[in-house]
Write a protein that binds this ligand. Structure first.
Ligand SMILES: Cc1cc2nc3c(=O)[nH]c(=O)nc-3n(C[C@H](O)[C@H](O)[C@H](O)COP(=O)(O)OP(=O)(O)OC[C@H]3O[C@@H](n4cnc5c(N)ncnc54)[C@H](O)[C@@H]3O)c2cc1C
Length: 811
């Protein structure tokens, strides 16, 4: 066994084997995989191993397409052929128009990745899958690439090719411990000796948290028991003359595929069970949980009704095995938060279909620092302090119970709610708040007009449209108050803080005390990594001179890791998170200054406290830090208050605002208003696939300043010209917004992808942001958007649409 290598991958299921293989493909061949038993001793060996191309965002579709292309290559490889039924096709059923509408949206989204889904009616479903009845069926989504693969052969083939390229695989070698060294290298301790390495990967399947514990981490991954059975031969299959397509049923929660002459049918029962929450026996290897078909009776009946042929055949075999889940159903593939040179590829619940792609994107991250797609939807840092295994188990149960029921826009399911709240959450709930969830935080979406107000789940504008319009009208005419909790806040102190930030940010960083700036951080490829405000606070009784770095709530772990990784040895820079200590109250509207002046001592005139100022003060008697910044385009103040004083500050603002028409507003109003100003959202419009020029941020780039992270790469990218351009589109539809992922079309061809869409109430336009091809960005007309299957005209418009000279924000 080697005593030193570049990367040690722990676990020899599909996740580990795919990672090892792709590391060698990306050029790193001095890499090792260690497996406690034989390869595929975990979940992989008994997987139903269906491989589908369906995803709900373009990254998922892209990585699944990679799996399919790779598996076809391996199938056709004469050295080590893999059994792979590619192209049996598959149907996701639907019995509601809303589900069909969702499928049409996903078809539009996948089109941008070169993948074709067909939305077909019930008769066509039955024509393609002769075993199904059309009772209670509207239609479905057809994915022609679907199939299934032999999981053991797949892993063996990946290991074979990795070995051929130079990698080594140590079987029967349990990892017993991990040591992180001062220089951020690792030692992996195994029963057969130690291996020093630069980088370690947890691919431990359901044993993820045994390996996590070795590095002091608990990953938000929980396992569920999951069952399928295999039937005896079904004559109608032989009679059909072709293989049966896969079936996924959100009506009655089961799936099926052909297995030899019969069917394999798997179930997602309501009476489902977590597994291994109190520890896993070391002896559980190549093992299964006891069969329990009684538990699946409710969904079994649905499968029998859809496929009556099932009632005439016997069951040959039942499989019940552990399958891993995360909080949002997507896996955790990428850097482990708070650690360096430690990665994971865990929480895979569809690991056979996705594993090829996940291993590919992980290997790219390890070798190049970033993958070719923005990987935020699978990034382990998207969950933060609330992400306990107990919360994960609750979300896993909910997710399992809804396996094939996608989330609609604005849908937040009930399990695990109130994971992160502030003292104001119950107060705002009593005011009628409907909450959305942002990084676990309950954030006000809008104030409901009545307690029983429940908008319809839909891809169209819902009944909250007019409610949001009224909130915006009040912000525009008077003043609104909103709580923005969980906003990521890092306090940066130390004599070198400005030099440090200057190196991290691609534009000008204001250093003047009392001033606030906005800037963008690039990755080493010159693309957009993060967006932040920087507020310079002088030394005071509240602390030494400091910069408050503020960014999106979801970026809490992501940004902290990125900043911490770039502090140089000997540099006088300290980073401290205030995210969970401070909450923002936003006061926005032409009367915001009057309200502030009424409850906070001092001169708040535009001359004394202009736009982009910051000052410490008290709101009533509550300590606060006020910034003159606006995401709405109105005169606005962000009032940062320690959570202990939040209620007091809220009461003081409410009282001061009573004579000025102050009313609450929520995140949906903010979303609409920011789109009228051309303001962008991190991980919607700001993604690692594009540089700041492509993202329309040239005014925030200063190439003539000193070096900054990503500068050389950005200059090199510029030489090749832009690959896309972010534009704003006015959408010619009044019934629905354009949803992220929707394809922008010209002459029947995809020329771009929508990143955000909302109705701009102040300008009376339905708006969308989209990355379009550079050639298209010059065309103002002739475009359309595939909105749930309907081609809707769209025109490029120039931002800002509302108050283009920023007169209201600066007033
Ligand atoms: C019944 C069932 C049906 C399924 N059907 C499908 C399907 O149709 N399509 C699909 O895509 N997915 C399906 N899945 C899910 C899929 O099988 C999993 O997502 C996938 O197999 C997970 O692979 P993995 O590599 O992450 O984990 P595993 O296969 O569990 O591999 C982890 C490996 O890590 C090793 N290990 C653990 N601890 C250590 C240690 N300390 N030292 C060294 N090695 C260690 C284990 O021995 C194991 O070999 C199904 C799952 C189940 C249970």
């Amino acid at each position: 066994m080697k005593s030193r290598t570049k990367v040690v991958v722990i676990g020899g299921g599909i996740a580990g084997c795919s990672t090892l293989y792709h590391l060698t493909q990306e050029g790193w061949t001095d890499v090792v995989l260690v497996e406690r038993d034989e390869l595929t001793s975990g979940t992989t060996w008994h997987s139903a191993a269906q491989v589908t191309n369906f995803g709900m965002n373009q990254t998922m579709v892209g990585l699944k397409s990679h799996s399919i292309a790779l598996y076809k290559k391996l199938r056709d490889d004469p050295d080590y052929p893999v059994g792979y039924h590619h192209g049996d096709g598959g149907i996701r059923l639907a019995n509601t128009e809303a589900q069909m509408q969702g499928y049409r949206h996903f078809a539009s989204m996948a089109r941008g990745m070169g993948v074709t889904y067909e939305v077909i009616d019930a008769q066509e479903c039955a024509r393609r899958h002769p075993l199904i009845s059309t009772d209670n069926l509207l239609g479905g989504l057809w994915d022609g690439e679907d199939g299934d693969i032999d999981p053991a052969q797949l892993c063996q083939a990946l290991a074979f090719h990795a070995r051929k390229a130079g990698a080594e695989v140590y079987r029967n070698t349990p990892v017993t411990g991990l040591t992180r060294h001062k220089d951020d290298t690792w030692t992996v301790h195994t029963e057969h000796g130690d291996i020093d390495c630069d980088c370690v990967v947890n691919a431990g399947g359901y044993r993820v948290n045994e390996i996590g514990a070795m590095m002091g981490v608990q990953h938000p991954v929980a396992s569920m028991e999951h069952q399928y059975f295999i039937t005896e031969d079904i004559p109608a299959i032989a009679e059909a003359g072709h293989r049966m397509p896969l079936l996924r049923c959100p009506i009655s929660d089961y799936y099926s595929r052909q297995e030899k002459g019969g069917l394999l049918v798997g179930f997602y029962e309501q009476d489902c069970k977590t597994w291994g929450m109190d520890g896993i026996s070391p002896a559980f290897s190549n093992d299964l949980c006891p069969d329990d078909l009684d538990r699946v009776m409710d969904v079994l009946e649905g499968a029998f009704e859809r496929m009556p042929a099932l009632t005439d055949v016997g069951i040959k075999r039942v499989v019940n095995g552990p399958i891993t889940y995360t909080i949002d159903g997507a896996p955790l593939v990428g850097p482990i938060p708070g650690k360096r040179n430690a990665f994971c590829i865990i929480g895979l619940r569809a690991g056979l279909g996705e594993g090829g792609g996940h291993g590919w994107l992980l290997a790219q991250q390890i070798v190049h620092g970033e993958a070719q797609y923005d990987t935020w939807c699978i990034d382990p840092r998207r969950f933060t302090g609330h992400a306990t295994v107990e919360l994960t188990a609750r979300k896993a149960i909910e997710d399992y119970q809804n396996e094939f029921r996608f989330h609609f826009p604005h849908e937040h399911r009930p399990a695990g709610r109130n994971a992160k709240t502030t003292p104001l959450t119950p107060v705002l709930a009593a005011e009628g708040a409907e909450f959305t969830v942002v990084n676990g935080w309950e954030r006000v979406d809008y104030i409901k007009p009545s307690p029983d107000f429940h908008p319809t789940l839909s891809f169209d504008f819902d009944e909250a449209f007019d409610v949001v319009a009224a909130e915006i009208a009040n912000v525009q005419a008077n003043v609104g108050l909103a709580e923005v909790n969980g906003f990521n806040r890092i306090e940066i102190t130390g004599a070198d803080r400005h030099a440090f930030l200057d190196r991290m940010v691609c534009g000008t960083v204001t250093k003047r005390d009392g001033r606030v700036g906005l800037g963008y951080l690039l990755n080493h490829h010159g693309c957009v990594k993060a967006e932040a405000t920087f507020a310079n606070l002088p030394a005071s009784d509240r602390g030494p001179a400091r910069v408050w770095y503020g960014s999106a709530a979801a970026s809490e772990y992501h940004d902290m890791d990125w900043l911490a990784a770039h502090v140089k040895d000997g540099e006088d820079v300290q980073l401290r998170s205030l995210t969970n200590d401070q909450t923002i109250l936003v006061l926005a509207g032409p009367k915001a200054r009057d309200v502030l002046a009424k409850c906070a001592r001092g001169d708040w005139s535009a001359a004394a406290f202009p736009w982009l100022s910051v000052r410490e003060c008290c709101i009533g008697f509550a300590p606060a830090t006020v910034m003159g910044v606006s995401f709405s385009g109105e005169l606005a103040y962000e009032i940062h208050v320690p959570n202990a004083s939040l209620y007091a500050a809220y009461l003081a603002l409410k009282e001061a605002g009573a004579d000025h028409g102050l009313k609450l507003f929520g995140a949906r109003a903010v979303e609409a208003m920011r789109m009228e100003m051309g303001f962008l959202h991190w991980k919607a419009d700001l993604i690692t696939e594009f540089d700041p020029f492509e993202t329309g941020l040239s005014r925030f780039v200063k190439l003539d300043k000193g070096d900054f992270v990503g500068k050389a790469a950005l200059i090199a990218r510029q030489k090749n010209g832009p690959t896309a351009q972010l534009v704003t589109l006015q959408v010619e539809a009044s019934h629905a917004p354009a949803h992220p992922g929707a394809s922008v079309m010209r002459d029947g061809k995809v020329v771009g992808t929508v990143t955000s869409g909302e109705y701009g109430h102040r300008v009376g336009m339905n708006l969308a942001y989209a990355f379009v091809s550079p050639q298209t960005s010059g065309d103002e007309t002739g475009l359309s958007i595939d909105m749930c299957g309907e081609m809707v005209g769209a025109q490029i418009v120039t931002q800002p649409l509302y108050d283009p000279d920023f007169i209201r924000m600066r007033s």
